[in-house]
Design a protein around this ligand. Structure first.
Ligand code: UDP
Ligand code: MG
Length: 326
């Protein structure tokens, strides 16, 4: 594999487990999060935590650096601006050196206490262990319904099996991490990328907590865009739809034309076509605009990919500990 990110230091000490934590404006809860994380990791010996500061506008970076000063198993990656959670996770994966990597949210919605169980499954031979929500009781029925609809749609459209009721909270073995790191597309639908990689996979059930503080950054508009990202990154089905809708419309118009001809021949031509004409013109105009939009979605993504920009820029990297080998 092409080395996309050079390891900063050659270490004599190798963490077995790396925990990647993307954080955007999480200053208030981060200390508490770290304490709970450390308690949860007590039963594992070699571990590091890679905090990714995703261009926070509050004191998140300062808190992270304070945590690093107090605990040298903590690494801090600070991005040059806010790149979004998916990219922040990618930056974390690039800077993690463990044999297995756990990705977890900083807002304590993913319980760190579950990590030993994820690790146990990894030791039992699984490459990917994802945490599956037992219930979505915290979510409104609208959110639950739309989520279910989305997964059903994804299953129907592509050959990619997305696990339901899971977020990014999961453990990946080194070979899965290296595989995911090779996927450098700009439009990153992480759940899809994780599923695309494959390898022996299992899951662990857990109860999702309400956010410990602050608010979720996911409005319905952002969720809609995430769904679009998921669909356009993994299937060209919407493009194919244009072909079939076009075929059906053409077929219907032939039938309609025949009907018009027959009617004209039998009862003459009283010129009464305005409403039907309007309907057809508006309908066709709408369908054409819609599929232009669909093509635009894909074209825009092709445009973004061709620029080949780096996924993120690192403003500062403080590696975790430790004895640098000489
Ligand atoms: N996050 C991030 N960059 C962003 C938005 C979010 O790194 O642009 C982090 C955030 O700090 C948190 C995690 O991603 O640790 C999940 O974010 P959030 O709680 O807003 O999402 P939800 O839990 O509602 O899916
Ligand atoms: Mg959250």
């Amino acid at each position: 594999m092409q080395e996309v990110f050079p390891r900063a230091v050659q270490r004599s000490w190798q963490p077995t487990i790396s925990v990647v934590v993307p954080a955007y404006n999480e200053a208030t809860g981060l200390d508490h999060f770290h304490r709970r994380l450390v308690t949860s990791l007590a039963s594992l010996e070699n571990w590091e935590v890679v905090y990714v500061n995703d261009g926070s506008t509050d004191d998140t970076l300062a808190v992270m650096e304070a945590v690093h000063r107090g605990d040298d198993r903590v690494a801090v990656v600070s991005l040059s601006r806010n790149f979004g959670k998916e990219t922040a996770i990618t930056a974390g994966l690039d800077h993690a050196s463990g044999d297995a990597v756990v990705v977890i949210d900083a807002d304590l919605q993913d319980p760190p206490e579950l990590i030993p169980e994820l690790v146990a499954n990894w030791r039992a031979g699984f490459d990917m262990v994802y945490a599956k929500r037992r219930s979505r009781t915290g979510d409104s029925w609208l959110k639950r319904g739309t989520a279910r609809g989305f997964y059903r749609l994804m299953r129907r459209m592509g050959d990619l099996k997305l696990p339901e009721d899971t977020g990014d909270f999961r453990l990946m073995s080194r070979r899965v991490v290296d595989a995911v790191r090779q996927l450098r597309e700009q439009h990153r639908f992480m759940k899809g990328l994780f599923a695309w990689v494959g390898y022996p996979t299992t899951y662990v059930l857990y109860d999702r907590q309400a956010r410990s503080n602050g608010v979720s950054k996911w409005s319905y508009w952002r969720l809609w865009n995430l769904a679009l990202e998921g669909i356009t990154s993994f299937t060209v089905m919407p493009l194919k739809c244009a072909t079939y809708v076009g075929l059906v419309v053409a077929l219907l118009s032939v039938i309609y034309a025949l009907q018009v001809i027959v009617k004209t021949l039998i009862i003459g031509n009283p010129v009464a076509g305005y409403p039907s004409l309007m309907t057809v013109v508006l309908f066709l105009g709408g369908v054409q605009l819609m599929f232009l939009g669909v093509i635009g979605e894909y074209l825009g993504r092709v445009f973004n990919e061709t620029k080949q920009r780096p996924l993120y820029l690192v403003e500062r990297f403080v590696p975790s500990a430790v004895k640098v080998s000489v």
